[in-house]
Design a protein around this ligand. Structure first.
Ligand code: ZN
Length: 305
């Protein structure tokens, strides 16, 4: 998707009225080619409200926010658009408390809106990691309760991480390419396999530590296992693990297991686009418009149903 760079000044000017936001929603949804969401008919008539479109064949009335993540919100579209901008462009995101304070909205509304933005940040899984990929797991928060190493009894959050390594043999310092992470229940082969299947190309050269859980995956993937040496052989992975932990601790303080994936989506959506962060607001806005709202989320959040 080709999108242009957009500063906060330009963004505010572009979306400073409800009408401009509604017009943009319709433009992204249909462009010049209307197709009814219900029956796919291309015949349209004027809808109930100014920017609505009604299907001539089945009568379905499509409002600008229908079938988008902006549907039935308690906040104005102008506010929602700018909040989305802030979540995208701030290098470390923005906490729910800060959103409440800056936009004068209640915590539930801020929290639920952030969930929506994070939903749109989910990886499409169309571009798996390639080349040299390092994989490791780590734990965050919770109590150890005397558990050691990779104990599945620990109530800490368990996360599996895969990172593209861009080798620089002359400077002996590698760079980090793209990366993804998934929450895991335990460190079994079945749980570890999830990140391979979702985010790593079958052609990638994968390196892990000597954990036995990776061994059975060698039949499907090109995996080399080397000694971790306390993380010394995987420095890039460990830098990223530290960054994730600091991000959670510093911005969000605490994350529940239920919402962990959404936060990881946000972290890696931003991380994987770090070299063109100014393009992200319009890119994310388009994703939010093209994503269908999930019924479960709508019924349980602070949006009008
Ligand atoms: Zn129709």
């Amino acid at each position: 998707m080709q999108v242009k760079r957009c500063s906060i000044i330009e963004f505010r000017e572009r979306f400073n009225t409800q009408e401009k936001c509604k017009k943009y929603l319709m433009e992204v949804k249909f462009g010049d080619k209307f197709s009814c969401t219900k029956c796919k008919s291309t015949k349209k008539i004027k809808g109930y409200n100014t920017y609505d479109i009604r299907c001539k064949d089945c009568g379905y009335n499509e409002s600008p926010t229908s079938n988008t993540l902006f549907h039935s919100m308690k906040i104005k579209l102008t506010t929602a658009f700018e909040m989305m901008y802030r979540i995208c462009v701030n290098k470390k995101g923005i906490s729910t408390i800060e959103l409440c304070r800056e936009y004068d909205i209640n915590p539930k509304t801020a929290y639920n809106f952030k969930r929506k933005v994070q939903e749109s940040m989910e990886s499409s899984q169309k571009n798996p990691l390639t080349g040299l990929v390092h994989v490791d797991e780590f734990m965050y928060g919770g109590k150890d309760a005397g558990c050691q190493g990779r104990s599945s009894k620990s109530d800490k959050l368990k996360i599996c991480l895969a990172v593209e390594i861009i080798e620089n043999k002359t400077k002996k310092k590698n760079k980090i390419g793209r990366a993804y992470a998934l929450p895991i229940e335990n460190f079994s082969q079945e749980e570890l396999k999830k990140i391979f299947d979702k985010h790593i190309s079958k052609d990638a050269k994968i390196v892990t530590d000597k954990w036995t859980g990776y061994n059975p995956l060698k039949s499907e993937y090109n995996i080399e296992q080397i000694l971790s040496d306390g993380g010394k052989n995987f420095p890039e992975l460990h830098i990223l693990i530290m960054n994730i932990k600091n991000w959670i601790r510093g911005i969000h303080h605490k994350i529940s297991k239920k919402h962990l994936q959404k936060y990881l989506n946000e972290f890696f959506f931003r991380f994987n686009r770090r070299s063109f962060i100014e393009n992200m607001p319009l890119f994310t806005l388009k994703r939010m418009i093209n994503s269908k709202p999930k019924p479960v989320t709508l019924s349980s959040c602070g949006f009008y149903g």
